[in-house]
Design a protein around this ligand. Structure first.
Ligand code: 9D3
Length: 244
């Protein structure tokens, strides 16, 4: 699954340039029985299987040994799980300063709680929606961490990154043609008044965030200027501003 990261785009470039390394381990290779059983029925009953602790433990030890060989002594051990703390940019930024991390991915109903208790430093969830296993969440986490590692983004990519990092949703983008299915590009973007363009873009960012993700605004204090720009934008779309 992880070849989506190693074979495409910005993440591929980073692996090719040896800025980052990725190693995957299949815990089934650490089973000891003839049937290579990685899961079994849950104590207490109920539908669904649970991943056994022992093969995961051996797989984790193999991962830790491999990182130690690279000089990474104590990588953070993260379990991708629906019970984890929801991922956000702040936590990704912190994780990007770690020398190494081990990401544990579950399948089936989850993994034996004793493995988690004994080994896991942190549990991360990526959305309040059911996903089939931890691998796609882990890939998402790896991608977002890698983007924060120096040298992974080139100057062009970095500039794009900056505009996302202010706690607001992005403003709308347009390219040629000027008229598409009867819809025009907003006039202000065609004029070349960079002051006005900056103001319009910030206003659109504020407006979209207010309308689509009010939770983001609650966690970020607006400056006086931003509040005024937002109010002006809301008036223009005919929406009433409630509270702050
Ligand atoms: C339908 C199964 N669910 C019964 C209540 C529980 C369940 C178990 C295992 C739901 C999902 C999974 C597998 N998911 C992950 O490993 C996972 C995940 C997710 O499902 N959503 C959001 N973030 C993550 S991180 C790992």
């Amino acid at each position: 699954m992880f070849s989506a990261l190693t074979d495409y785009g910005i993440t591929k470039r980073a692996f090719d340039n040896n800025i980052c390394t990725l190693m995957t381990i299949n815990p089934r290779d650490f089973t000891t029985d003839a049937y290579r059983r990685i899961d079994d029925k849950a104590y207490g009953g109920g539908a669904g299987m649970v991943m056994k602790a022992e093969p995961l433990d051996l797989a984790l030890q193999a991962g830790l040994a491999a990182q130690l060989k690279k000089g990474i002594a104590n990588p953070l051990k993260i379990y991708l799980s629906p019970q984890g703390k929801p991922i956000n940019q702040e936590m990704v930024n912190k994780l990007s300063t770690c020398k190494g991390v081990v990401l544990v991915c579950g399948r089936y109903e989850g993994i034996d709680e004793r493995f988690i208790e004994h080994n896991i430093d942190m549990e991360i969830s990526i959305a309040d929606t059911v996903i089939s296993g931890g691998e796609l969440p882990a890939m998402l986490l790896v991608d977002s961490i890698m983007r924060q590692i120096p040298g992974v983004l080139n100057d062009q990519d970095s500039a794009i990154n900056d505009s996302f990092m202010n706690g607001l949703l992005d403003y709308p983008h347009y390219t040629v043609p000027r008229k598409y299915k009867g819809m025009q590009v907003p006039e202000v973007l065609l004029g070349g008044n960079h002051e006005q363009i900056r103001k319009w873009r910030l206003q659109m960012s504020l407006l979209r965030t207010k309308l689509r993700r009010p939770d983001l605004l609650e966690r970020r204090n607006l400056t006086k200027i931003e509040s005024r720009l937002l109010e002006e934008a809301l008036n223009e779309v005919g929406t009433r501003l409630e509270g702050n």
